[in-house]
Design a protein around this ligand. Structure first.
Ligand code: AMP
Ligand code: MG
Length: 413
């Protein structure tokens, strides 16, 4: 039998991403419903933010020309709390002013109240014990957002801070991409759900909870098509059902080429499939293709990505390949997994031909420790860890060397 070619992780990712296109549909939602969604169009600010030049300190608005001598005593001619407007500041006077209040016309600096003193017996005078620079403690009109200009651009993933930006721009609703719909099923005669009786030699289906949670954390609409036995017929039937109304089908297990691995023939019969051997560890086999939509009213295809069955392999390959693919369907920048140079606090001396993704954790000394058992079946390695070291093929390193660290956090939204 011909061995499928070994791809590098980058080649596999490039290939996947060359196919993915953002879903075309969008919908208007309230800002409260927009968390975790992706902007379908640019959002322009309705207002200047801040709306006027205003003070960032409690203190006195001054004309800097009047305060060039240390200890100048000036008349307090007006009082401007936040939310009210002052009037023209006459030469030789200052305005008592509070954080957020507009700087009155004529003033060009604010002196914080800590730098001022009230002269003995004075009711309406203040002594300025500093020489202010023009512009100090003034937040300029529009320095944050400008009316009519783009506040957030299409493709932005909306986090809490983006919702705040949209609110300060005056928006009640935004147009977001519709959610990407993903169907998932899990192959294996040995699998049972927690709560069910385990079969002899059986194991619990852990991929279901890991992968559905990954989909949820990416903001997908996920449908669970359950455990599918190792049979060609059952696999084909589930593929047909899952293709309806979904953009993408993901599966775990059955992607090798053994007699009990039915993903390849099933997807080939229901659509088309490439089976890849990727030079990564954990991972290796990954299936990519498409399933014809069997729904009579619909034409087209649902994308298909088949992940390996081993729990760490399916988790890591989801993060490295499925996530960027989904990001692109969502209209987000799928970019590269964010990585940081970090110090390894252990030796890694057994070079592997494959690109390894080691489960590691940041220690209190700011270095990385490794989980001792890196088997692709040991899911506690991923739970113990807070990220991965991306170790290139053939590479070794020693304690103290810098390595490429990818935090899980960056991959779960
Ligand atoms: P497979 O890719 O189907 O050959 O499975 C590889 C290994 O992963 C086997 O030991 C399976 O029992 C295990 N496995 C497959 N699917 C799951 C799952 N959903 N949850 C936990 N382990 C699984
Ligand atoms: Mg299997």
């Amino acid at each position: 039998m011909n061995k499928p070619p070994m791809l590098t992780a980058q080649q596999a990712l490039d290939h996947l991403l060359s196919h993915a296109k953002a879903v075309p549909e969008s919908e208007k939602v309230t800002m409260q419903a927009a968390l975790g969604r992706v902007l379908a169009e640019d959002v322009n600010s309705l207002v200047d933010v801040p709306p006027l030049d205003n003070t960032s300190m409690d203190g006195y608005a001054v004309r800097s020309a009047d305060t060039q001598t240390l200890g100048s005593i000036l008349k307090v001619a007006q009082r401007i709390p936040a939310g009210s407007m002052g009037k023209q500041l006459e030469p030789g006077t200052v305005a008592r002013i509070f954080t957020g209040a507009p700087v009155p016309p004529g003033a060009d600096a604010v002196v914080m109240q800590e730098d001022c003193a009230i002269p003995e017996g004075a009711v309406d005078h203040v002594q300025v014990n500093t020489i202010p620079m023009a512009g100090q403690w003034i937040r300029r009109r529009g320095e944050d957002l400008s009316a009519g200009k783009v506040a957030l651009s299409a493709g932005t993933f909306l986090r809490p801070q983006e919702l705040g930006v949209a609110a300060s721009a005056g928006l009640t609703h935004v147009s977001v991409k519709r959610k990407v719909k993903v169907a998932a099923f899990f192959t294996g005669d040995e699998l049972s759900l927690p709560g069910e009786q385990l079969k002899p030699g059986g194991i619990y289906n852990s991929n279901r909870d890991t992968l559905l949670a990954c989909l949820k954390s990416l903001g997908c609409d996920a449908t669970d098509f359950g455990i599918v036995p190792d049979s060609l017929r059952a696999t084909r039937e589930t593929l047909r059902a899952a293709s309806k109304d979904h953009d993408l089908i993901i599966t775990s297990g059955g992607v090798s080429v053994g007699e009990e691995d039915h993903i390849k023939p099933a997807v080939s019969a229901e659509g088309r499939l490439d089976l890849w051997q990727i030079a990564i560890k954990p991972g290796k086999p990954l299936a990519f293709g498409a399933v014809r939509k069997s729904d009579e009213t619909k034409t087209g295809e649902a994308w298909f990505i088949g992940l390996p069955g081993n729990p760490v392999s399916s988790f890591v390959t989801f993060l490295l390949f499925v996530r960027p693919f989904i990001l692109k369907l969502q209209g987000r920048d799928s970019g590269h997994a964010q990585s940081y140079p970090m110090r390894a606090d252990f030796d890694w001396l057994k070079a592997d031909r494959r690109n390894e993704f080691l489960r590691v954790k940041i220690n209190p000394q700011g270095g990385l420790d490794i989980f001792p058992n890196q088997s692709s079946g040991v899911l506690t390695s991923a739970s113990w860890g807070d990220g991965l070291i991306d170790c290139p093929p053939g590479a070794t390193f020693k304690a103290g060397d810098m390595v490429k660290y990818i935090p899980f956090n960056a991959l779960l939204s």
